[in-house]
Design a protein around this ligand. Structure first.
Ligand code: UDP
Length: 312
């Protein structure tokens, strides 16, 4: 049985990755310090023989006994309000945590895939964004702690690949949604769903003309799996290129939830909020034979079913 270490295992993406690798017949070692993750996302795995959990902060030395074939690095605060609350932790996990995991990959001769982000493009001046675009990041703004940590993560991963010849993979993840997003993480989908379900005002930041392109979690997980198993070591965008303005998206959520109490209200646009974001996924199509399959309507319906059970 191949053995895989997944960091951030109790988080939104990490927990879905645990499920995917368990289903694929792997032995999964989940690791999380539970800063933003929740054990409720993986409690269904605790009884399984091919799963173990380590409550550990990867910014300190990481010990895993036995062999490791793969490492997937998905530990990090991942929403703008989390970076504001935990800027130092965000930088440390992207920098020190990544360094420790690369050292572990080298020691175990494991292949490592690291989670990077569309935030490496900052507020992009190229649209849609291709992997070759070098980005427009403000290093000292409130999002800089995340963006620069992830840029460092890419740089040190390439350094380990080039200098130590370890097998590395880098995925640049665009906005992703689905069950197990944290209700209070401040991101647009949990915010809009919880507000609409409670009949509260829907908080559109700015005039809502900024765009995002939302990928359903199952599509993202398949893309990550394909990338890990590929032989391509340079960064690859994974996301859904269907773009929508935040205002139109708010209206879609209101219509889906069907709570007539909810009205749109404008709030100040956060500093450095990207104006447009859409992945160019032609590289993923070409080298991974990957395409997002779940439409926004279908994915949002499944996500609504989840939020109905967790929003109080
Ligand atoms: N947003 C919003 N209302 C909210 C939360 C977010 O209008 O209550 C906007 C936010 O300003 C951004 C977009 O929705 O333009 C996506 O925000 P999110 O925090 O989900 O992720 P980002 O793509 O900015 O990292």
């Amino acid at each position: 049985m191949k053995r895989v270490l997944i960091t951030g295992a109790a988080g939104f993406l990490g927990s879905h990755l645990c499920d995917r690798f368990i289903k694929g017949g792997f032995y999964v070692i989940g690791m999380d310090n539970l800063l933003t993750g929740s054990l409720s996302n993986i409690e269904h795995l605790f009884a399984l023989e091919q799963f173990e959990f380590h409550h550990h902060d990867i910014t300190t030395f990481i010990h895993v006994s036995g062999e490791l074939d793969y490492i997937l690095h998905f530990a990090s605060p991942a929403s703008p309000i989390d970076y504001l609350k935990m800027p130092i932790e965000t930088m440390k996990v992207g920098a020190l945590g990544t360094h420790n995991l690369l050292g572990l990959a080298k020691a175990k001769k494991a292949r490592i895939l690291v989670a990077s982000t569309s935030e490496v493009y900052g507020d992009p001046e190229q649209h849609p964004q291709k992997e070759s675009y070098e980005g427009n990041v403000n290093p000292i703004g409130p999002r800089g702690v995340y963006d620069e940590a992830k840029r460092f993560l890419e740089a040190i991963t390439m350094a380990y690949h080039n200098f130590h010849q370890i097998e590395t993979r880098i995925v640049r993840i665009f906005n992703t949604y689905g069950p197990r997003m944290r209700v209070d993480d401040g991101r647009v989908i949990p915010a809009f769903f919880s507000q609409a379900i409670r009949g509260e005002e829907i908080t559109v930041f700015g005039d809502g003309s900024q765009t995002r392109s939302f990928c359903y979690v199952d599509d993202l997980i398949e893309g990550i799996y394909n990338l890990l198993m590929s032989d391509y070591h340079l960064p690859v965008n994974i996301g859904n290129p269907t773009e929508i303005t935040i205002k139109d998206f708010a209206n879609e959520v209101i219509e889906m939830v069907g709570n007539s109490e909810s009205k749109l209200v404008e709030k100040p646009l956060p500093t450095d909020d990207p104006k447009r974001r859409r992945p160019d996924v032609s590289l993923a199509k070409e080298i991974l034979n990957w395409n997002p399959k779940v439409s926004r309507e279908e994915g949002m319906q499944r996500t609504f079913e989840y939020f109905k059970t967790v929003v109080k």
